[in-house]
Design a protein around this ligand. Structure first.
Ligand code: ATP
Ligand code: MG
Length: 179
């Protein structure tokens, strides 16, 4: 699974609609302090289902919405879309999916997958199966490198399970056991 495109509108400092193309290979984000590099990574994690405001450096979920500046009024919604390219079958055939998360000030957020309304859980299973997602060990945020190194064996096992793509199976087993 690969992120091909990222569309943002009203997310944190990305007040105007912005679209980024992500080419194959390693992508670096460079720019002066405060220009929005970490916000970009947070936008990806948020669209993938991140549900902790604290890990998005906010106090509440609405804090991802552009809050306004001296010269610009605040926005009342934020929306992030990621266009994914993934393998659809064993034969290596490629498919595309579009995941959108939108939050309205005061009324929470909702997800769409290829234009259809879906649950947060559908999004987390989609990424768990692809061994990535909001808590993927592949997304190491600023200041978290030390935490990964210092992780306890059990926590490190969870990281490895996610990296190996089997945490989706665990989520489904837990689900089945509860039924
Ligand atoms: P550094 O190099 O210091 O790590 P950075 O490029 O990672 O910087 P970010 O942390 O992504 O920068 O961006 C911080 C900027 O985003 C700040 O100017 C902050 O005011 C702005 N910002 C964050 N949340 C919002 C919001 N909800 N509304 C408007 N601006 C916001
Ligand atoms: Mg940063």
């Amino acid at each position: 699974m690969r992120i091909r495109r990222l569309k943002l509108s009203g997310f944190k400092s990305f007040v105007e609609p912005a679209e980024l193309r992500i080419e194959p290979g390693l992508t670096g984000v460079v720019g002066p302090n405060g220009c929005g590099k970490s916000n970009l990574l947070e936008a990806i994690r948020w669209a993938m289902g991140e549900s902790s405001p604290k890990s998005l450096r906010g106090g509440g979920m609405d804090d991802v919405i552009f809050a306004g500046t001296a010269t610009r009024p605040p926005r009342d919604f934020a929306e992030v879309t990621i266009l994914l390219e993934h393998q659809t079958g064993e034969d290596g055939e490629r498919g595309e999916s579009e995941v959108t998360r939108r939050i309205e000030r005061g009324s929470g957020s909702a997800y769409r997958l290829d234009g259809r309304d879906v649950r947060a859980k559908d999004i987390s299973l989609l990424f768990a199966d692809a061994a990535t997602g909001a808590h993927s060990p592949a997304l190491v945020s600023q200041g978290k490198i030390g935490a990964v190194i210092a992780a306890k064996p059990v926590e490190r096992r969870q990281l490895l399970e996610e990296a190996a793509g089997i945490s989706g199976l665990h989520a489904r087993r837990k689900d089945a056991e509860q039924k």
